[in-house]
Design a protein around this ligand. Sequence first.
Ligand code: ADP
Length: 542
Amino acid sequence: MNGLMMDTSLSITSIIKHAEQVNGDTEIVSVTSDNPRHRYTYREAFARARRLANAIAGWGLEQGDRIATLAWNDYRHFETYYSSACSGYVCHTVNPRLFPEQLVYIINHAEDKYVFLDPDFVPLVEGLASQCPGVQGWVVLTSEDNMPGTSLDNVICYETLVASGDEHFEWPELDENTACALCYTSGTTGNPKGVVYSHRSTLLHAYATMMPDAMGLSRKDVVLPIVPMFHVNAWGTPYSCPIAGAKLVFPGSKMGDGETLATLINEEGVTMSAGVPTVWLGLIAYLKASGKRVDSLKSIIVGGAACPLSVMEDFDTFGVDTHVGWGMTEMSPLGSVNSSPSSREDYSDGDYAKVRLKAGRPIFGVEMKIVDDDGKDLPWDGEAFGSLKVRGPWICSSYFKLEGSDAHEEEGWFETGDVATIDPDGFMAITDRTKDVIKSGGEWISSIEVENVATDHPKVAEAAVIGHFHPKWSERPLLIVVKGPEGDDLSEEEMLAWFDGKIAKWWTPEAVQFVDELPHTATGKLQKVKLREMFKDYSFPE
Ligand code: ADP
């Protein structure tokens, strides 16, 4: 017997209708290249999205065609998200930080028909347009007055395009499984792979992220997404905020600028924000140097990479709750959030630090398991390390135009490529990427835990641990350190002594090497493949 409930489509078009009717007066504030503080309301945003959709309808595109964006977080990018997807096209967000050859690869692989780009990226695109013959036009996200001179063919001014459309455009009815967005993984090895989100997956993900122990979004919130809209949809905030009625503050190209972030937080009353560890380091450095505070800010989610304890402890002094979030492009991206146990008093300082550094509990909708090399389930005892697999309605079931991937080998599960432990109460902790694990004498060492301890040293700016050949143990950890501003006199002895009592003795790195910088990917992750390559001729001292 079936239930007797209406089968309405879970499409993101429903977000537009809801936000216009219920949260129409809520503001979206943006930093753009032509206006340091643009502000308008959700009602105005969606009226312009409708105009844009009507204007694009004249281009003769087919349903499912891809429209790409190369843009910062701002209101025009927001309008493009909805106009393209709710018209039945797919919004392909392209990460401008990728290497030019990767950009060419993904624009061609996705068969993008039009590209919407910020004026900042015109020079970048001029260098690769001739290699992207399928692109029929380049829409520059600005007004006629601010259009840059360019050698690009078929250039369209965004504001002129919007002005040419009719505000009374009717959104088409879309099946909830229709594709709405496309994002490529950063591809540390091999070509980037395309992840295709559906209206349904996007809506369900947005719903789940709003829950109190996830991002906890409400109408009272003012949200500053410092996670880019060009990479995994700014963790769903362009969808969740209009549902919740939360005010959105978009930092434009100023995502790495501590001063702009602090000013936006204070002047717009930001209550909640999300970003990778690097942006927080920038904001904290600015606050410490300027003596400023961010009193409206209540909580932040830190994800994309392991969060250094120092970031949490610094934010404690500013009264900001720091929560680790974990996820990936293939997961829309959110998989878990560490809402931390509320009773800090129940823990010793050391234990509390350990708990809050974990990746947290799965959010409802994401199922997890850890398995051994034979694919057998491992216990949730907080001790056993295993390959982390997930499933759920916002986790990718295959990649775009790619038959069968290793990640989908086990029917119904996605292999994340992360190695993790899970506590009896569901707290998951990432210990490594599968390809980065260190096996010393047959036993695994968690490189993330060793790195966490190393980066807590006041003289260390950044640290990475790699497994390196050792004649007796087959592999031992080699610590590679970038010294901080006060680290000139940091020696190998002092660094190694720092680990005493903080981790198991045999996890302590065998040796330390100092470098000026560590290699990173376009999304700011450590590139351990490169690091291992750099140190391949190194030998541990006898
Ligand atoms: P994103 O850029 O959104 O993080 P990617 O797909 O590029 O997505 O990268 C996902 C990977 O980043 C994860 O599989 C994991 O290895 C790492 N990662 C994400 N969040 C965390 C976290 N909180 N702690 C440790 N690693 C993390």
